[in-house]
Design a binder for this molecule. Structure first.
Ligand SMILES: [Zn+2]
Length: 132
């Protein structure tokens, strides 16, 4: 049973909205930064200037690994941005803070730590066990 709007008052909802938007902005900046960094490294390599990191990154494989790692990190952050967008929609629909599996309230403590959480702690744990 879904009791729309019972979860939190307007003040609390707008507080979470603010947290989510701030988090999103920070993530977007981070993604941009990683993208720029990766681009710069590629340009430097293309120009044949390896002096800046020839000492500790003489091994090209290591460098490639680092770049892949950065891109994966950006992927991960983009995923979180998507989840934040979903959470923001849920605030407007007044279903924010409800577990997607069992429809129970997600604890406030959890929401404060992970405001874009889709699942409550017990469901999350069940999901993680399934993956293993
Ligand atoms: Zn649940």
């Amino acid at each position: 049973m879904l009791l729309k709007g019972y979860l939190m008052d307007k003040k609390e909802a707008s507080l979470f909205k603010e947290i989510l938007i701030k988090k999103k902005v920070a993530l977007m900046k981070g993604i941009e930064h990683i993208a720029n960094d990766t681009l710069k490294t590629s340009q430097r390599e293309a120009a044949g200037d390896l002096s800046a990191y020839s000492l500790h990154m003489a091994d090209m494989a290591t460098d490639n690994y680092d770049r892949e790692f950065s891109l994966r990190l950006a992927d991960n952050e983009q995923e979180i941005v998507k989840r934040i967008d979903t959470a923001l929609e849920k605030i407007d629909e007044k279903t924010f803070g409800l577990c997607e599996l069992c429809n129970k309230k997600i604890s406030k403590i959890r929401l404060k730590a992970v405001p874009y959480a889709e699942l409550c702690v017990p469901c999350q744990e069940k999901q993680e066990k399934k993956k293993k």
